[in-house]
Write a protein that binds this ligand. Structure first.
Ligand SMILES: [Zn+2]
Length: 247
């Protein structure tokens, strides 16, 4: 990826509907903030891409757009995806959704510390949404700490989730978003062996975002981030600065 070192990969989880009261958690954004941020992206000339396009760009099969950006949304929450879809479609944008395949059609039951569980989209919606503005990647099968798993258990988290999504969408899956950003060399090797091209983290100790395809660093967009803060977080100098600080 000599010609392209840094691109912003945005990390979202929940985007709440209209006037909902947001829980005490930085991963819950209001729809208004999401609208303002994605509209600002368009206005600033950014083009949203997915990980299949990133692979083609990396292989120099296609030329990158002038300002590529990836919008990633973790966990596959039903309400969030319904909310953001209209915004993305209006802006002509796309987003990548990290799906926990073992929870499709159910709830985020790995969130044991929370009082409330949130619904994950079902297989019918995955199929339907994959034809619109979403592309689906793996976020494992059961959202466990992958570095704590060995052998067959680890392999299953990677291969079953990939196969399930490919069966639901009919499209290849080349990326996995690490649950909790947790990975080590063993996980990265298993990912490569399972046929993945990219491993998506939260923070990373690499100098550039695209330096190690199994250690992609993301930009955490938090509740209440103004458009000004948002644009600063995705700016080339900020990505460069984070690489300098290796975080
Ligand atoms: Zn997650």
């Amino acid at each position: 990826m000599a010609h392209l070192k840094d691109i912003p990969i945005l990390m979202y989880h929940h985007v709440a509907s209209g006037d909902a009261i947001l829980p005490e958690d930085n991963s819950f954004l209001s729809l208004d903030d999401f609208k303002a941020q994605t509209t600002a992206l368009s206005a600033a000339g950014y083009t949203t891409i997915d990980f299949l396009q990133l692979a083609d760009i990396s292989d120099e099969k296609v030329r990158p757009p002038e300002k590529p950006v990836i919008i990633s949304i973790d966990d596959g929450y039903a309400e969030t995806l319904k909310n953001v879809m209209t915004v993305l479609q209006r802006n002509g944008q796309k987003a990548v959704v990290g799906l926990v395949t073992g929870c499709v059609g159910g709830f985020d039951d790995w969130q044991k510390a929370r009082k409330e569980y949130y619904r994950i989209i079902d297989a019918g919606l995955v199929k339907e949404y994959a034809k619109s503005c979403f592309s689906f990647v793996s976020h494992s099968e059961t959202h466990r700490f992958l570095s704590s798993l060995e052998g067959h258990e680890l392999e299953k988290e990677l291969t079953v989730s990939k196969q399930d999504i490919e069966n639901m969408t009919g499209k290849p899956v080349n990326a996995l978003i690490y649950p909790y950003g947790d990975r080590d060399d063993k996980v990265k090797e298993a990912l490569s062996a399972a046929g993945y091209r990219f491993g998506v983290a939260i923070s990373a100790k690499t100098k550039y975002v695209l330096e190690d395809p199994y250690d992609l660093r993301r930009v955490y967009i938090k509740k209440g981030d103004s458009v000004r803060t948002f644009m600063r977080k995705i700016s080339p100098w900020y990505l460069w600065y984070r690489g300098l600080r290796r975080r």
